[in-house]
Design a protein around this ligand. Structure first.
Ligand code: CMC
Length: 428
């Protein structure tokens, strides 16, 4: 709590509202008593000025382009850490010792198999179903399979549910892919790392051995780290809101997946690559820049702009370098990467984008890498969901453990009709 208060005068009456301090970042005004004091609500569609919770997980300074997980810069984590280590960090608050990391990795590895009955669940979907549709359904269905980890008041059950979700998500995601291409599901293998295992479950076939390429494993692990958590974004807020009613963790994460799917959020990686492919060649870029600037055209440059970042998204910096490394090492010459780099250059020098502080975000380059690895565009958002699961469960756990937690229940400014009398149908 700060020594200062914010003083608000409504109808001639002044009241003080406490100003709260975080460890870093803007202070917040505690308006919880506002309605009781004034009979008024605050109005903030899209929560542009509203802190919905306290959180010790992730910090973003959007003006400076800084992203910290538990205090550690994302660039350092992406370059020096592993996804398993970042999962441990997000869940537990500190980097693990070697022993803790080994134990945690073993625990996650031992939870990667899914209930065999779940495999039949997939067969209810059309083969051409979008894999995110399958993810929403299958992850929600986990609550029907793992009854022993749905009691949210039991910390041990919460831990098991968290481990299960992180561990099973690659299996579920790979199965969604296999189902769409008509290949048999591949069981996880405990001698492989989290990421290598996922690649094998996705790309191997029973007919021959599959050796995960270390370059691809490393790039994929970085992509997972870059997507692991991102403060109170739309899907995380959805998970928290769903969880605030006491819903079980599998249902909450399914809600998060549904929210992530939208093109303004996680669906942007799929939309960004589709857009780059549609542009096709560097000479067509001006046409698309003009469309993005035209107020009468709903087109937006996908993978550009962010609610919080008004500077280069630090994840995009790592992503661009990873894209270059992967394409070079795989010997892939995808013209889409040239289009992406040129589009970035032109946009960053265009007054429209400069004035509105629109920079490439995490989704701008990720599609180039994922496509080079061999994923179809429909799988891109699934990979985002896979990686973000740790952030969702860590935020969900933080919320449940917070004594100040209440059911999320925003208010509204009502603009509909005032009370009127019902008119029978024959009199209308
Ligand atoms: N292309 C062209 N103009 C844009 C873009 C863009 N990509 N993004 C924002 N603008 C303009 C927008 O038209 C508005 O102009 P004006 O003030 O004249 O009306 C101004 O910039 C502010 O935009 P906004 O929609 O009010 O900003 P927001 O904070 O509500 O939206 C956003 C943020 C990410 C939804 C938006 O920038 C966008 O739609 N970007 C494209 C989709 C995208 O890449 N999403 C991924 C975000 S990062 C990963 C994730 O969160 O999942």
């Amino acid at each position: 709590m700060s020594d200062n208060n914010a003083n608000l005068t409504v109808g001639g009456e002044s009241k003080d509202y406490a100003i709260m301090d975080g460890t870093v970042g803007p202070q917040v005004i505690d308006v919880r008593k506002l309605y009781a004091n004034t009979g008024m609500f605050t109005y903030d569609p899209g929560f542009t000025s509203t802190a919905s919770c306290e959180s010790g997980l992730t910090y973003i300074d959007g003006d400076e382009g800084i992203l910290l997980h538990r205090g550690y810069p994302i660039g350092q984590l992406a370059e020096q850490s592993s996804f398993m280590e970042v999962c441990y960090l997000l869940l537990n608050g500190e980097l693990p010792s070697a022993k803790e990391l080994a134990e945690f990795t073993t625990t996650i590895t031992r939870h990667t198999m899914v209930h065999e009955q779940l495999t039949t669940f997939y067969r209810g979907f059309r083969r051409d179903a979008h894999p995110m549709a399958i993810m929403c359904g299958v992850v929600g269905a986990l609550s029907a399979f793992y009854h022993d980890s749905t009691d949210i008041n039991d910390p041990a059950q919460r831990t098991i549910a968290s481990h299960r979700l992180i561990a099973k998500m690659p299996t579920i995601a790979a199965m969604a892919y296999k189902y769409s291409v008509g290949q048999p599901f591949v069981y996880p293998r405990n001698d492989l790392s989290y990421t290598a295992n996922f690649l094998r479950m996705t790309f191997s076939v029973p007919a021959e051995e599959y050796e995960p390429d270390p370059v691809i494993v490393d790039a994929m692990d970085k992509i997972f780290i870059l997507h692991a958590d991102h403060e109170q974004n739309a899907s995380t807020s959805t998970v928290r809101l769903a969880g605030s009613s006491g819903a079980n963790p599998f249902a909450c994460i399914a809600a998060g997946i549904a929210c992530l799917w939208g093109p303004a959020h996680g669906g942007a990686n799929e939309a960004a690559l589709n857009m780059l492919r549609e542009i096709g060649t560097v000479d067509r870029i001006p046409e698309y820049i003009a469309r993005a600037k035209n107020k009468d055209d709903p087109f937006r440059l996908m993978g550009f702009g962010h609610r919080v970042y008004k500077n280069y998204d630090p994840r995009a910096t790592v992503m661009q370098k990873t894209a270059k490394d992967v394409l070079e090492k795989l010997g892939v010459n995808d013209p889409v990467f040239d289009v992406a780099k040129e589009l970035e250059k032109i946009a960053l020098n265009d007054p429209y984008f400069v004035e509105k502080k629109l920079y490439p975000n995490v989704d701008f380059y990720s599609g180039v890498i994922l496509s080079a690895i061999g994923f179809p565009t429909e799988m891109f958002t699934v990979l985002f969901a896979l990686a973000r699961t740790v952030g969702w469960v860590a935020q969900w756990n933080e919320m449940i453990s917070d004594p100040a937690q209440k059911i999320g229940r925003p208010r509204q400014l009502y603009t509909g009709p005032t009370q009127r009398d019902y008119v029978p149908v024959d009199k209308r």
